[in-house]
Design a protein. Structure first.
Length: 431
């Protein structure tokens, strides 16, 4: 019925061999000799910096995802001065290492090879040069990777960290991964909030600060980071436990072949790209025994990271350079769509890959109502063919303290659709 065996094995067994696009830049990042990024400022500030040309305004209009923050934020204009600075242990500037200006594409770049091999570090920051911003306003970002934007959100986290380290902790008690997770998480929350900017940094930072304080996941994460090194993002690890030897039993339904059973066992850890992952070994996921006429087991490699839960299966096999997001941190819900790849090619066909975070389900029953769970997270991974109606959709349902309680899969190929659904049938022992 399905004409392409490669498509079946890729989507059903590999659970999407994603060859690029999304994910966490801190995961498996490639070292670089340059540091680059954008400066995003409230629209009302542009006149105080420099009036951009019509061409620059057009460039700013089409710049990608970084522009989708608070409504009324634009790239700073050509010629704006950016400094790379070394910080002391209380977050103050010790030394200005280099200066550059934003180019006509709205970006700045530093050549790190000219700076004694400087690399991303919590004691490095980029900022708008003194004198550009009136009234003591500041816009800064810790250098957490080789691509760093200077935004309202990065300034909020900078101020929070700086205030924190004026007390007992030291700046170096925060890791660059913790800070990157906080900034990226806050940007996703502010984007979802769709709040208009006021045109000044100080007032907009106050708005962002309130958003941060009111988000339980983010503020708990910040407090945990201030107290010590955080290895797993609060809220996410609880939805994907990795207790070794725990066995999950799922009762499945295949729209073509009927009922089947799949068991998933949590196995040993494995380091992939420097990240600790855990093996999830399934005997018959999505009825693979029937589809591929084999009883081989399939192993997924799952990691709880500071920016969410990621699937490293295809990174481990060498089919991809990037892990695939399962649960974003923080979890926003409300049908938030994250584009993981605009055009990835499988079996000669290009697909757009997105992850949608659905509204949290207050109460969800599975196995005919025999098992019931609260506060269930529901994410949808969708692969839409760009030039045909072919589509694959994965729905995952995660219960806190338990893990996956249900997973659905639908594949449409050449006009024919086949669906699968697996529900937890026995509460796993040991959780």
């Amino acid at each position: 019925m399905f004409s392409r065996v490669v498509l079946i094995s890729t989507f059903v067994l590999s659970l999407v061999a994603c060859g690029g696009g999304g994910g966490d830049r801190s995961i498996g990042a490639t070292p670089s000799s340059t540091l680059s990024g954008q400066v995003l400022v409230p629209n009302g500030m542009l006149a105080s910096l420099e009036t951009p040309s019509i061409g620059e305004e057009i460039i700013g209009f089409v710049l990608p995802s970084a522009m989708a923050d608070l409504i009324g934020v634009s790239a700073a204009p050509n010629g704006t001065t950016v400094q790379l600075v070394r910080l002391n242990n209380t977050g103050g500037v010790d030394t200005v290492l280099a200066m550059t200006t934003i180019n006509s594409s709205g970006r700045f770049t530093f050549n790190l090879s000219n700076l004694n091999g400087a690399t991303p570090d919590i004691t490095l920051a980029v900022q708008l040069a003194d004198g550009l911003l009136a009234g003591g306003q500041q816009l800064r970002s810790f250098v957490t990777s080789n691509v760093v934007d200077i935004t309202l959100e990065s300034e909020v986290i900078f101020q929070r960290v700086q205030t924190e380290v004026m007390g007992a902790p030291a700046l170096t008690d925060f890791s660059i991964t913790e800070v990157e997770s906080l900034v990226s998480g806050l940007r996703r929350v502010t984007t979802a909030s769709a709040i208009n900017t006021s045109g000044t940094i100080n007032s907009d930072v106050d708005v962002n600060n309130t958003i941060l304080t009111n988000n339980t996941d983010l503020i708990n994460f910040f407090n945990a980071a201030a107290a010590g090194v955080v290895t797993v993002a609060p809220g996410n690890n609880n939805y994907m436990p990795v207790t070794q030897s725990v066995v999950y039993t799922y009762q499945g339904t295949d729209s073509v072949a009927g009922g089947y059973t799949n068991t998933t066992t949590i196995g040993a850890a494995e380091i992939i790209q420097g990240v600790t992952t855990t093996r999830f070994i399934s005997t018959n996921i999505f009825n693979s025994d029937v589809i591929l006429a084999t009883d081989d087991t399939f192993t997924e490699f799952i990691a709880n990271t500071l920016t969410g839960v990621f699937d490293f299966t295809d990174v481990q096999s060498g089919d991809s350079n990037e892990p695939l997001m399962r649960i974003p941190f923080p979890y926003i819900g409300n049908d938030e769509v994250i584009v993981l790849d605009e055009s990835d090619v499988f079996d000669g066909e290009a697909f757009r890959i997105t992850l949608t975070s659905r509204t949290i389900v207050n109460t969800m029953a599975v196995n005919g109502g025999a098992l019931s769970f609260l506060n269930v997270i529901h994410t949808t991974l969708t692969l839409d063919a760009i030039s045909s109606t072919n589509e694959s959709v994965f729905d995952f349902f995660f219960a806190p303290g338990v893990g996956i309680i249900r997973r659905d899969f639908s594949i449409t190929d050449s006009g024919v659709t086949r669906t699968f659904s697996e529900e937890l049938s026995v509460m796993p022992a040991g959780l």
